[in-house]
Design a binder for this molecule. Structure first.
Ligand SMILES: NC(=O)c1ccc[n+]([C@@H]2O[C@H](COP(=O)([O-])OP(=O)(O)OC[C@H]3O[C@@H](n4cnc5c(N)ncnc54)[C@H](O)[C@@H]3O)[C@@H](O)[C@H]2O)c1
Length: 324
């Protein structure tokens, strides 16, 4: 059982998104009662379609700003798996209020509903992006600081972490927070692999790598990400002393962007594609070209991702191409 026997009914915010829909599949496989709360701003009904009509599954197409609907949807749940956020980092830079609204206010509304309904446990998806420039060249642990974000997306996540911590200290909630590396797999709707595949479908002759071509990040598969969160929930109890904590989650292996381009071209059978590097310092406003995180803490607690970052990339590419 993914989350053990202590919980029965789980609200998954962002449950129609990339990671959320995989969370839902795994919870449904184990027979939990699952409530999905998603406004479909980036999620897709087709990702959860297979569960609609199943007695232990409810879908609320609704926004986190709709506090009455949120509270009604959460009633009777014992855990909130909070994944909803604006994940369009470029869009956030253009309209910074989106990250304030969908991330900070969204998280605050989730916490207020939990407080009102006396629901104690929350699992939260934060990001390695909170480390800003700190993780450019040096692998960064959870203790690193000061946290000076370079995107409104990361600022929104730090704000959410802060509210979760405060609610845990003040109102007896228990929080499991995770700063992810890059999560990849089937059903991606954004990210470098998604972009490369789509650009090559448009123009197989040439692939433009934005930025300076020196980008490198750690990539891990969505089922491993979910397994890591669930492992921590089952095995790292929270109590009054430590009502919440934050763990980096990912791999400490990394894949350069040029390698991703090569893997995508190989898997799409495009040996003659010309790879062109744009040559600018950053690919876009708010981009973090190089992200290095340490995963020593969760490893010491007994969990690690099984695959090297390169292997995860190839598997995800194959899944996106319908080959695996
Ligand atoms: N994919 C990654 O590599 C990665 C890395 C770090 C952190 N994360 C975090 O993991 C979570 C899930 O990411 P994902 O990649 O599945 O993204 P996603 O965009 O596929 O999922 C987010 C979901 O939240 C929903 N949503 C957004 N705003 C909402 C609102 N106001 N009310 C209700 N629903 C709303 C969207 O419709 C979408 O389905 C996010 O919090 C993201 O920041 C993801």
């Amino acid at each position: 059982m993914l989350l053990g026997n202590a919980v029965k009914k789980i609200l998954v915010t962002g449950g129609a998104g990339f990671i959320g829909s995989h969370v839902v599949d795994m919870l449904m496989d184990d027979g939990y009662e699952v409530v999905v709360y998603d406004n479909l701003s980036n999620g897709r009904r087709e990702f959860i379609e297979q569960h609609i009509g199943t007695p232990n599954f409810i879908f609320h197409e609704a926004d986190l700003m709709d506090v009455d609907t949120l509270r009604a949807a959460m009633t009777g749940c014992d855990l909130v798996w909070h994944l909803a956020a604006n994940t369009d980092i470029i869009g956030g830079a253009e309209q910074p209020r989106r990250d304030l609204r969908d991330c900070v206010m969204g998280t605050f509304n989730v916490l207020e509903a939990m407080r009102a309904l006396d629901i104690k446990s929350i699992i939260f998806s934060s990001t390695g992006a909170v480390y800003g420039e700190l993780c450019h060249d040096v692998a960064t642990s959870e203790a690193a600081g000061p946290l000076l974000p370079v995107s409104t997306y990361a600022a929104g996540k730090i704000g959410s972490e802060a509210f979760i911590s405060a609610f845990c200290a003040l109102y007896g909630l228990r929080g499991w927070m995770f700063r992810f590396g890059n999560v990849i797999g089937a059903r991606m709707t954004h990210g470098v692999i998604f972009d490369f595949i789509n650009r090559l479908r448009d123009n197989p002759a040439e692939l433009l790598i934005r930025g300076d071509g020196r980008q490198e990040k750690n990539y891990f598969l969505v089922e491993e990400c979910i397994d890591g969160m669930a492992y921590a929930f089952r095995n790292i109890p929270r109590d009054e002393e430590t009502p919440c904590d934050i763990l980096n989650l990912g791999t400490d292996s990394i894949t350069p962007v040029t390698k991703i381009a090569a893997i995508v071209c190989e898997e799409m059978n495009l040996p003659n594609t010309k790879i062109v590097i744009e040559g600018t310092k950053r690919a876009w406003l708010g981009d973090q070209p190089r992200v290095h995180i340490t995963v020593d803490r969760i490893r010491q607690l007994g969990w690690q991702a099984k695959r090297h970052s390169d292997e995860a990339v190839r598997t995800a590419v194959r899944r996106m191409l319908g080959k695996a």
